[in-house]
Design a binder for this molecule. Structure first.
Ligand SMILES: [Zn+2]
Length: 374
């Protein structure tokens, strides 16, 4: 394994990461984000809907002298103690004693993955002219915030490409958001039917459009571009069906904020790598990684891990990559004393199943199906 830095730009580029410049840009990626995360509202940093289960440990200042309880079968937890000399005061996440991934490790992972999969493409972040018609898809080459949000909602629970088709179909049928709002729900559902969960998604999209119109007299989310990160999170997660990961994706891809969305691939690989404990849920993984991963590496590392999770036989879910391999896994040399992957798979499957159960959309889907059946 070569050291950090000096990654040679690959001739190959990471097509899946192209976004923003074209309409329809990031839905493949965002779809992946949403695939295993139907955005049940989670903690994030919002002030809203704090789940009861929330962590007391994140609030408690680290006590260096107190020895942490360690289960013997959890090498990561053991490592947490070993690596925990002086917890940084700035850390407010759930695993204050876990110092991984270090900045150097993040850099090495980014560089190794970029050599394998190609350098991620970074879209130009051009602020659209708000006077040019904020609710028209066709006005700008760069997508509006509201477009990005709706794309993300449409991408929930879909397979490749379907969310892109659903969005294109929606915009074809109703070129402006005003038209979507005024259209009968059935017509909107028909337009996005191929993406699945059309009734739920239509209801949620219309609720967002309606709220924006009522509150601001204009169906646009461009106003959040000037907000602070936490304010954006609060503003967006108040909408039903818009959870922490959807917001993180919109913020990272559309608003170029330093976010590190944790989708199912990032979550699984983070556990395999020992970057979070084996039992870490996705919300805690998000909070930990958004502190530990240096801001300037977040975009690349996120994009590359998602791509890697689809292509690496070692890192893919159940060892079954859904895309063609690009070669040997560069993360293997970084894994250190993390638990063996075999041991983790069971936990991951359990966690993902639990996550699915808690999922708002999945529950609603079942409900809808039951209603249809009865
Ligand atoms: Zn791998």
């Amino acid at each position: 394994m070569k050291g950090t830095g000096g990654a040679q730009p690959s001739a190959r580029t990471l097509r899946a990461t192209r976004h923003n410049e074209n309409s329809g840009a990031n839905e493949e990626h965002i779809k992946e984000e949403e695939e295993a995360d139907r955005d049940a509202p989670g903690p994030l940093t919002t002030s809203r809907k704090q789940p009861v289960k929330e962590e007391p440990k994140a609030e408690t200042p680290p006590k260096p002298r107190k020895r942490q309880k360690v289960k013997k079968e959890d090498p990561v937890a053991a490592q947490m103690v070993k690596l925990a000399p002086v917890p940084p005061t700035a850390y407010t996440g759930p695993f204050p004693k876990l110092m991984r991934p270090s900045p150097e490790e993040c850099r090495a992972a980014r560089d190794g993955l970029a050599r394998l999969h190609g350098e991620p493409e970074h879209a130009k972040q051009i602020k659209p002219d708000p006077e040019a018609g904020a609710d028209s898809l066709h006005t700008h080459s760069q997508q509006q915030v509201l477009d990005s949000l709706v794309r993300t909602i449409l991408s929930q629970n879909t397979t490749d490409n379907t969310s892109h088709r659903a969005f294109a179909s929606l915009k074809g049928a109703f070129p402006t958001w005003e038209e979507v709002l005024q259209a009968p729900s059935g017509k909107v559902e028909d337009a996005i039917r191929m993406g699945g969960l059309a009734e739920i998604k239509t209801e949620r999209i219309k609720a967002i459009l309606s709220t924006l119109k009522q509150e601001r007299g204009k169906i646009s989310l461009e106003y959040i571009r000037d907000m602070e990160d936490d304010d954006i999170k609060n503003e967006l997660t108040r909408f039903k069906g818009v959870g922490p990961k959807t917001v993180a994706c919109v913020m990272m891809f559309c608003l170029a904020r330093d976010e590190f969305p944790v989708d199912t691939h990032v979550w699984r690989i983070s556990k395999n790598m020992g970057w979070v404990p084996a039992k870490a849920n996705r919300d805690d993984t998000y909070r930990h990684m958004n502190i530990r991963v240096p801001a300037d590496l977040r975009y690349d590392l996120h994009v590359l891990l998602v791509e890697h999770g689809k292509r690496c036989a070692r890192c893919a879910k159940n060892g079954k990559p859904r895309k063609e391999s690009h070669g040997d896994c560069p993360l293997v040399n970084l894994q250190g004393s993390a638990p063996a992957k075999d041991l983790l798979d069971e936990d991951i499957v359990k966690e993902e199943a639990k996550d699915m159960e808690e999922d708002d959309i999945v529950k609603q889907e079942v409900k809808v199906k039951e209603e249809v059946a009865s």
